[in-house]
Design a protein around this ligand. Structure first.
Ligand code: URA
Length: 431
């Protein structure tokens, strides 16, 4: 068997065997498959697809290609959640403390922001001193001790995915549903969560632009996870407009704190509690009504806020005064309505604007200005009058591009445009 034979088989649309997939992934992980061979394999897969079994085998081989996080010895049910990425999507930072405060342990591996999407690890680092590079042992022990940890996977985890993703990124082979599904799910399966909730976004600011593609991806990831013995839940949710009002690290953390203090309710709080309740139902066999009530109670009792503070402190974060707010950049510019009408807000344009203002990154490894960002003053669908403030943009280094992108995010229409459903479909559990 050679890597060449496996690429040739995929090119000729032959279904690959478990041995062939394991062999190929092994060669990717140990460095002996070349970048051009990986690119050829990914392009053949993009064009010819994969059966469900091949997708599962690829995921399983990638998950086992490196270090795996050991399951805590103390037992219990562990939950994880993954979002395909969005704008003002801080659901993890709300859902994790809500669930942990209710006794459902959350072992959450997260990523960094890239392009127009924000990253949970960057947001957590808004707290000075907070560490997200926990070793698998430290991660496991924190989950055991306080019921919640949010960290980045180490370089030794899923090395096959790291190499394949880097090649896909520069060879126009990212947008293959089997490759995305195996990439996302390999990282989930390298950890020990029993219940995995996937939030697959559709719309303007989403990775998958159409509803159909988002649902296809969600269903394939659910089948892969179930084949691996995990309890899978997936929601297909809207990312036409930002979920919350803050865009950028400090802005988003401040909004999370306001939601956890029970001071704010919006799409972000609703979606976070929706996800938390779905996981709670799966973990504890509760009815939908009971699960919703317990998730809301975790917020209104202040227990989730306390758990958030505990988690930030456990990871070395200072300044987690949950009643305070994190600072915004020194310069502020207001965006006002040029006319009256019903407001449309583009998540994609605001995400790009935030990156251009310094609050995000255009390429991996770029530094982030946590204080840069945007605070929306008006929501999608509201009727606004000429001159009303739509948003405030915060920046340290002035950026014409950032300001222009932020301005372009707002359009006004004579007629009210119905928002697409926040949760379009829910897969797994009780659909
Ligand atoms: N995110 C991932 O982790 N992998 C992909 O392939 C695409 C998005």
């Amino acid at each position: 068997m050679t890597v060449y034979d496996i690429i040739d088989a995929k090119k000729k649309r032959r279904t690959l065997t478990a041995e062939e997939i394991a062999y190929f992934v092994g060669k990717v992980a140990d460095g002996s498959a070349t970048d051009s061979q990986i690119a050829a394999f990914c392009m053949a897969t993009l064009l010819n697809g994969m059966t469900d079994e091949e997708s599962y085998l690829l995921t399983d081989a990638m998950a086992k290609s490196g270090e795996q996080t050991p399951r805590p010895a103390g037992g219990g049910i562990f939950a994880d959640k993954h979002s395909t990425g969005g704008v003002s999507d801080s659901t993890t930072l709300i859902l994790v403390p809500v669930l942990a405060s209710l006794g459902v342990k959350c072992a959450k591996y997260s990523g960094r922001g890239l392009a127009h999407t924000g990253g949970t690890l960057d947001k957590l680092e808004s707290f000075p001193g907070l560490r997200v590079d926990l070793s698998p042992a430290a991660f496991e022990s924190q989950v055991e001790r306080i019921g919640a940890a949010v960290a980045g996977q180490t370089r030794a985890t899923v090395p096959a995915d790291k190499r394949m993703y880097a090649v896909r990124d520069v060879t126009a082979t990212v947008d293959s549903i089997p490759l995305i599904a195996s990439s996302v799910m390999s990282k989930k399966l390298a950890s020990f969560a029993d219940i995995i909730l996937l939030d697959v976004k559709y719309g303007d600011g989403a990775f998958m632009a159409t509803l159909e593609e988002a649902e296809k991806l969600a269903r394939l990831m659910v089948r892969i996870g179930e084949r691996a013995g995990r309890r899978m839940l997936a929601a297909v949710t809207c990312m036409d407009a930002p979920l919350g009002d803050g865009i950028g690290c400090n802005a988003e953390v401040n909004e999370v704190l306001a939601i956890l203090r029970g001071e704010k309710e919006n799409c972000l709080s609703r979606l976070s509690l929706f996800h938390a309740a779905k996981i709670l139902q799966a973990a504890e066999g509760l009815s939908e009504t009971e699960a919703n009530a317990r998730a809301s109670e975790a917020v209104f009792s202040g227990r989730a806020l306390k758990k958030f503070e505990e988690m930030v402190a456990a990871q070395g974060g200072r300044g987690a005064d949950v009643y305070g707010t994190l600072p915004m950049a020194k310069n502020m510019k207001k965006i006002t309505a040029k006319a009256e009408g019903f407001l449309q807000v583009s998540a994609l344009a605001l995400g790009k604007a935030c990156a251009a203002l310094g609050g995000g990154r255009t390429k991996e490894g770029d530094a982030i200005d946590h204080t840069a960002g945007i605070l929306l003053q008006k929501r999608q669908g509201s009727f606004v009058k000429r001159g009303e403030v739509l948003a405030e943009i915060y920046f340290n280094a002035s950026s014409e591009e950032g300001c222009a992108l932020a301005e372009s995010a707002f359009t006004l229409s004579d007629q009210k445009i119905e928002a697409r459903p926040l949760v379009y479909a829910f897969i797994g559990g009780k659909e």
